[in-house]
Design a protein around this ligand. Structure first.
Ligand SMILES: [Zn+2]
Length: 378
């Protein structure tokens, strides 16, 4: 058995505790207790130890994209985001042809089984293709099609050890039957949709439980027409993603949503291949987009094309731009996404019996060290 011990300030049980001794045994967290001074065999950590960050909506980074359908690309995305604090992710695809979607799922599945990956891929998030062409954002309109139970059945069979999230528009043909068919196996997320409030509430009744990047690519909230945003805010059992880059959603609205939806917001990056890369032109499936000085990624017509965010930066933005306390922000990047993925019993918290996925954050919320299942990334 390999045992290591870390001693310092840690986010445990919802608060920051001083002088905490964390024992890690064979990649899992063992005993956690207060210890007045660092024992001789423990590594003393000067910064804050937090649970590894969990990103349930990420397409790429470091020049690579999951839609590349290449094992090497999956490895690059996973390593890049791990260096930036993400220890668990849902590899996210885009609307693509049947063949491209299948090869993306196959490469993600192969990589998720290999021991070399850095951030652990626990799930696949299929963002489309059963979405609204009117709210496609930067997705491939040509690839959008009616929902197909057979297509999804075949994809989940390829990756039976992974969990699935599927972003769907309730108004698309076949979506209701798809949700009702797979509701026990798959997390259905409402997004890229022109649905109104009552259509969104109906989709929750069919079995959807989540909202993809709240506010973006959906009907907004008006006081006489609450829209999909209103349905998310008022439906206490549902969760929602928030792209906390300060570009997709105004910092004031990041704050409003978080306060209105306690423990129901999951911070996501929606990062594309340009994350971690210099300004310039990049490919997003069949579109080209440009990254400017501000870090914004846009198509030629100004449409946002994902982000260049990292989870570390999302946490930092929620504190520095939205003005929220770190104790309130951390669960949105750890516990809540773990719960959505159905892995809340082993990830998302620093607790005995949990995977030793740990990130050390400096006082400026920068990542200084990352441990995935007890193994430190270098
Ligand atoms: Zn996306």
């Amino acid at each position: 058995m390999t045992t290591q011990r870390l001693w310092g300030r840690a986010f445990v049980g919802g608060s920051i505790r001083e002088r905490t001794l964390i024992t890690i045994e064979d990649g899992q967290i063992g005993e956690i207790r207060e210890f007045a001074q660092a024992p001789a065999d423990a590594t003393r950590i000067a910064d804050l130890i937090v649970p590894g960050l969990i990103d349930i909506h990420v397409h790429g980074g470091d020049g690579a994209d999951f839609m590349d359908g290449a094992d090497e690309a999956v490895g690059r995305v996973s390593s890049f985001h791990a260096r930036n604090g993400t220890t668990t992710m849902a590899a996210t695809t885009l609307s693509g042809s049947r063949g491209d979607l299948r090869s993306a799922v196959m490469s993600i599945t192969r990589a998720s089984r290999s021991a070399r990956q850095s951030a652990e891929i626990c799930a696949i998030h299929l963002e489309g293709p059963y979405i609204s062409a009117k709210r496609a954002g930067a997705q491939s309109v040509e690839s959008i099609r009616p929902a197909d139970i057979q297509e999804i059945g075949a994809l989940i069979n390829e990756a039976s050890h992974l969990r699935f999230i599927i972003t769907v528009a309730p108004e698309i043909e076949g979506v209701r039957a798809l949700i009702e068919h797979f509701r026990k196996q798959i997390v259905f997320s409402i997004g890229h949709t022109s649905a109104d409030y009552s259509e969104a509430v109906a989709a929750l009744d069919w079995g959807a439980s989540h909202f993809t990047h709240l506010f973006n690519a959906m009907t907004g909230m008006h006081h006489r027409e609450p829209g999909v945003v209103g349905a998310a805010l008022v439906s206490a059992a549902a969760t929602a993603e928030l792209i906390a880059d300060g570009i997709h959603v105004h910092p004031a609205v990041m704050r409003i949503a978080t306060l209105a939806m306690p423990n129901r917001i999951a911070l996501v990056t929606d990062a594309v291949r340009a994350a971690g890369m210099p300004q310039g032109k990049y490919k997003l499936y069949d579109h080209e987009f440009t990254v400017t000085e501000s870090g914004g990624a846009r198509l030629g017509d100004g449409t946002l094309a994902g982000s260049t965010l990292t989870m570390q930066r999302a946490v930092q933005n929620m504190v520095e731009l939205a003005g929220l306390p770190i104790e309130l922000v951390l669960p949105l990047a750890t516990e809540v996404p773990a719960r959505i993925l159905g892995i809340g019993d082993r990830k998302g918290r620093i607790a005995a019996g949990y995977d030793a996925d740990l990130v050390v954050l400096t006082s400026k919320f920068e990542v200084s060290r990352v441990f995935v299942r007890g193994r430190e990334l270098r």
